[in-house]
Design a protein around this ligand. Structure first.
Ligand code: SAM
Length: 238
């Protein structure tokens, strides 16, 4: 178990050490620190409740949900991600508490309306990190306008499967093109609000250990822009 864990109490989160307890590993592209789902799961769900991560990647949310005695549905379109996940949770939970499915987050068929207690997820951010070469369901391959269209369907599915009065938390970052910021996160925030969600929290999460940071540092000074060093964790209520 991690040492000296304290629940976050304000809206700026900073985890310099990613966290490597249990079967957590920081080896999947764009993985998030286990401290993020741990905080969200503890604050917004109870033991035995059903958590969904429909962009499950290497299973960071799955692992935390198992350790915290929640039931969990993890989905991804990537076979490699699903196989990493099943490896990392096989000894952590009774398998009848874990449902791992190959699904497109825009179409969560077989997940019933109003059946999920908490959504805790971390989608790709348009075409920044690519998760496959040519999977047609992979939204990390889309350009920015197509990405917004995809996120409308994601938000609609989130709203459909979540129980009333329950929470949906998603992590999003921005990007920069030709020197100017593209506010992906604020646009996705609006998409979720337009799907019916109420905005409970905006949390700023500082970013660490980004592989590209050192490459961009000198260029950012020469070309006069700041390196993006934060992401947004939005918490919505249905
Ligand atoms: C940012 S990663 C998630 C990382 C995860 N939080 C972790 O710690 O490992 C996003 C994931 O979304 C998946 N993905 C891309 N398009 C998808 C879609 N349409 N439906 C479900 N998953 C998708 C990718 O394969 C990738 O594993």
């Amino acid at each position: 178990m991690e040492k000296n864990f304290k629940l976050e109490t304000d809206t700026i989160w900073n985890f310099e050490e990613r966290g490597n307890w249990s079967t957590h590993r920081g080896d999947y592209p764009g993985n998030w620190s286990p401290y993020v789902p741990k905080n969200i799961i503890l604050r917004y769900s109870k033991e035995g409740e059903l958590v969904l991560d429909q962009f499950v990647g290497s299973g960071t949310t799955l692992i935390e949900a198992c350790l915290l005695n929640r039931r969990i549905i993890g989905c991804d379109i990537n076979d490699r991600a699903l196989s990493i996940c099943s490896d990392r949770i096989k000894n952590l939970s009774k398998m009848d508490n874990v449902f791992l499915k190959k699904r497109d987050a825009r179409n969560l068929y077989n997940i019933k309306d109003g059946s999920i207690d908490l959504i805790c997820t971390h989608p790709p951010y348009a075409n920044i990190i690519k998760y496959s070469k040519n999977l047609k369901e992979d939204i990390s391959l889309l350009d920015i306008e197509e990405f917004y269209v995809a996120m409308k369907d994601v938000a609609k599915e989130c709203y459909r499967v979540l129980k009333k009065e329950k929470y949906c938390s998603i992590l999003m970052g921005d990007t920069r093109k030709r020197g100017f910021i593209i506010p992906l996160a604020f646009n996705v925030l609006n998409i979720f609000m337009n799907s019916g969600f109420k905005l409970k929290e905006i949390i700023i999460k500082q970013q660490h250990n980004c592989k590209s940071t050192e490459y961009w540092r000198d260029i950012s000074i020469k070309r006069n822009f700041y390196l993006i060093a934060h992401e947004y964790l939005f918490v919505f209520k249905k």
